[in-house]
Ligand binder design. Structure first.
Ligand code: SAM
Length: 238
């Protein structure tokens, strides 16, 4: 038996995450990440989302579009296991999957419609800016949240690293925070870096390397010191 189905993007996600490095591994880990789901023609009619505002959260089904070209493998090495152990691709949330489909639950802050644009204001996403959305569904607590469910290798959220700003970075932060273009910027930087985006085998170890994450149109430069992460500079993306 074989089945194929042509699917198309019903929307695109606009998020602060301009590169994959630094995006949280799952939704809800960085609630300060604010963005939008912009419906694409012909779905961008307000009737398609009529009543959606009654829900506080949404499921977004999307495509890991930046990874599709690399295809998929039967087994993957989940970062959570330090990259040493192999599990079946369907036993993980790997981004390299047979149909490249991801699913994330996000908080819905509002439904906006003006001159042909229909946008859902969301937060807490784990999606790259521009990610194609293939379906949007309301989150239904009585059936979607299962208290007694077993979490396998993903028992709890990652341990958070301490994040500080050197004096120069603190001054740059205060400047950028004056602009409306960077909502909740300090919380976003701290939330993202506290996840320690480096590969699992480096977790919690001091590291002389200078790292950079891209948030909005800014590059955030940082180092992992013995007692946590220090932000060294915020600058316009190169
Ligand atoms: N919550 C989703 C799921 O379980 O299907 C995604 C989990 S996956 C581990 C989250 C990671 O996907 C992010 O940290 C980011 O590196 C990657 N990612 C997000 N958007 C992507 C995109 N459009 N293309 C490729 N990778 C993406």
């Amino acid at each position: 038996m074989s089945f194929t189905n042509q699917i198309q993007a019903v929307a695109y996600c606009r998020t602060p995450y301009k590169q994959k490095f630094g995006i949280p591994r799952q939704p809800g880990l960085v609630s300060a990440a604010r963005g939008f789901v912009e419906l694409a023609p012909p779905f961008n009619q307000i009737d398609t989302v009529r009543g959606l505002e009654q829900y506080s959260h949404l499921w977004l089904l999307f495509c890991f579009h930046e990874n599709l070209a690399q295809g998929w493998k039967t087994t993957v090495r989940p970062p959570r296991l330090g990259g040493n152990e192999k599990l079946g691709v369907f036993a993980t949330r790997s981004t390299f999957r047979p149909n490249g489909i991801g699913q994330s639950v996000v908080k819905l802050h509002g439904v906006h419609s003006d001159n042909g644009k229909v946008r859902l204001e969301i937060s807490g996403m784990d999606l790259l800016d521009g990610t194609p959305i293939v379906d949007i569904k309301p989150y239904i607590p009585f059936s979607d949240s299962i208290e007694e469910a077993a979490g396998g290798i993903a028992q709890e959220a990652p341990v958070l690293a301490r994040v500080t700003f050197c004096q120069a970075a603190q001054q740059q932060l205060e400047l950028y925070q004056k602009s409306d273009n960077y909502p909740r910027l300090a919380e976003l930087i701290i939330g993202v870096l506290a996840q320690d985006p480096r590969p699992a085998y480096k977790k919690a170890k001091a590291d002389p390397k200078l790292y950079q994450v891209a948030l909005y149109d800014l590059d955030i430069l940082w180092k992992m010191l013995a007692d946590g992460i220090e932000v060294l500079e915020l600058r316009p993306s190169q």
